[in-house]
Design a protein around this ligand. Structure first.
Ligand code: SF4
Ligand code: SF4
Length: 287
């Protein structure tokens, strides 16, 4: 089983549109949306939820008013000022558990936080594992790890040939969590100066984790000088550019229609993405 992750170094490059199309093209696969902070693969794949699981992360103190003698000790010792009027403010509480230890009445306990939800859904293109991180939660790397683990278990039980993942933007903790152990990373970039910079950064991360890389230049024709810069950079890195996709309104149309590009058009962009998937399959079979 091979795991392909689509990354971009930042949002807005067409990453999810391309990941959605690969999801439609790959046979016998499980799909994953690792962008748990702003998941949008579901907009293209229209999942119908089959399973929903709470994602628990971290703990918050809770005071039992019936047991509390209102001695005030917990408020004094909490260095995060999370206790007022004998109640815990869950946003300020860091979950250190000190108040549990010092409370003479045994009135404080720790409770696990529900930090988000993980879903297993059916789509027209196969099973999709995706997630939603709760508001103000900062555990996206951990949730990505959970989503990937769930996808792997499902893929193994289904005898899937591929896991196709839409990765998170950027190069932070969620990206690292979504990348380690992947078979191949497809880096989607666009010919802007920031696009080149982002490509360099995400390529370094992939190198660090020993994940083979292929590059796709989206909207290559909006700035041919910058496209040439990307080509030169990839040549110095000995990385293959497997697709140059021309600017095409079909990307926007596909989002509006809620379909992957390859499912809503037979045009040039669609054909280029099909060739892109062929190149990925060839690369995976030669590794
Ligand atoms: S230390 Fe325990 S008994 Fe004292 S105020 Fe806090 S919760 Fe209540
Ligand atoms: S668990 Fe720690 S941070 Fe939270 S209320 Fe108790 S002492 Fe304060």
């Amino acid at each position: 089983m091979k795991e392909v992750i689509v990354l971009s170094g930042k949002g807005g490059t067409g990453k999810t549109s391309i990941a959605g199309s690969l999801a439609a093209l790959a046979q016998n696969k499980v799909l994953v949306d690792c962008d748990v902070d702003a998941a949008d693969l579901h907009l293209l794949l229209r999942p119908v939820t089959r399973e929903e699981h709470d994602f628990r992360s971290g703990q918050t103190a809770r005071i039992d008013a019936e047991k509390c003698t209102q001695c005030g000790l917990c408020r004094e010792i909490c260095r995060f000022n999370a206790i007022t009027d004998f109640q815990v403010d869950p946003v300020s509480c860091e979950g250190c558990g000190f108040c549990v230890q010092i409370c003479p009445a045994g009135a404080v306990s720790m409770e696990e936080n529900v930090a988000g939800q993980c879903f297993v859904s059916d789509t027209a293109y196969g099973t999709l594992v995706h997630a939603r991180l709760g508001i103000a939660q900062e555990n996206s790397g951990k949730l990505v790890a959970l989503v990937r683990q769930k996808a792997r278990t499902l893929a193994e039980s289904q005898g899937a040939d591929y896991i196709i993942s839409d990765g998170p933007p950027g190069i932070g903790c969620p990206v690292i969590s979504s990348l380690s152990g992947a078979s191949l990373a497809l880096l989607v970039t666009e010919p802007t100066l920031s696009g080149i910079h982002d490509l360099e950064r995400v390529m370094e991360v992939c190198r660090h984790f020993n994940v083979p890389v292929l590059v796709c230049i989206n909207k290559y024709d909006i700035n041919r000088d910058n496209t040439r810069r990307i080509e030169e950079y990839c040549a110095t890195q000995q990385v293959d550019i497997v697709a140059r996709i021309a600017f095409d309104n079909v990307f926007t149309e596909a989002i509006i229609r809620g379909q992957p590009v390859v499912a809503c058009s037979d045009g040039r962009a669609s054909r280029q993405i099909k060739l892109l998937w062929q190149s990925i399959e060839d690369k995976l079979s030669s590794n």
